[in-house]
Design a protein around this ligand. Structure first.
Ligand code: AMP
Length: 181
């Protein structure tokens, strides 16, 4: 199987204007993951960057971060840690509240998911304003994990999220960029 270049991956992402509300250009990755070559390429390109880094976990953010994150963890031969929306995990949790455009949200992990010093890669499908990723990094660090790297299939650079993550001393790697929001 040939690994596609990033500009070819970009063509596999479908854009849906005005979803979920007017003015938003929704970047739909279902068309990328339904293409076997596209899905494999995205996962291999992400994993290649981290093969020699002695990571302990890939932490993926619910829900689309689970799709790419679990595949990258398999590719790297390490565990997967789901960062879930509030109230979904069955055991004792620790959580982090973060700001949405309107109101607040909360992400959670199990209290015992991370051992002090675990080296965690944070992964999501897309970074926009960076609020979700920043909360994920803060949460993992509070649990004792080290987060030096975050990866996203798609970056919306005009929204500045990757810079917010970088300001937390985290290296950011993305495959595809879309201008605007
Ligand atoms: P943010 O916290 O603003 O960086 O938003 C990131 C989260 O919202 C990710 O989990 C994305 O899946 C989702 N998201 C934000 N904007 C978009 C968009 N334009 N298209 C698709 N998903 C988006």
């Amino acid at each position: 199987m040939t690994i596609l270049a990033c500009h070819e991956l970009q063509k596999l992402v479908r854009t849906i204007p005005d979803y979920p509300k007017p003015g938003i250009m929704f970047r739909d990755i279902t068309t990328l993951i339904s293409d076997p070559n596209g899905f494999k390429s995205a996962v291999v390109l992400l994993a290649d960057r981290y093969r020699d880094m002695k990571l302990t976990f890939v932490a993926g953010i619910e829900a689309r971060g689970f799709i790419f994150g679990s595949a990258v963890a398999l590719e790297l031969g390490i565990g997967f840690l789901p960062i879930r929306k509030k109230g979904k995990l069955p055991f004792r949790t620790i959580g982090e509240d973060y700001q949405l455009e309107y109101g607040m949200d909360r992400i959670e992990i199990h209290q015992d998911a991370i051992t002090q010093g675990d080296n965690v890669l944070l992964l999501d499908d897309l970074i926009a304003t960076g609020g979700t990723a920043a909360a994920g990094i803060d949460l993992i660090r509070r649990a004792g994990g080290v987060v030096d790297h975050a990866a996203f299939v798609i970056d919306l650079p005009d929204l500045g999220g990757a810079d917010i993550v970088r300001s937390k001393e985290v290296d950011v790697y993305t495959l595809i960029e879309f201008e605007g929001d």
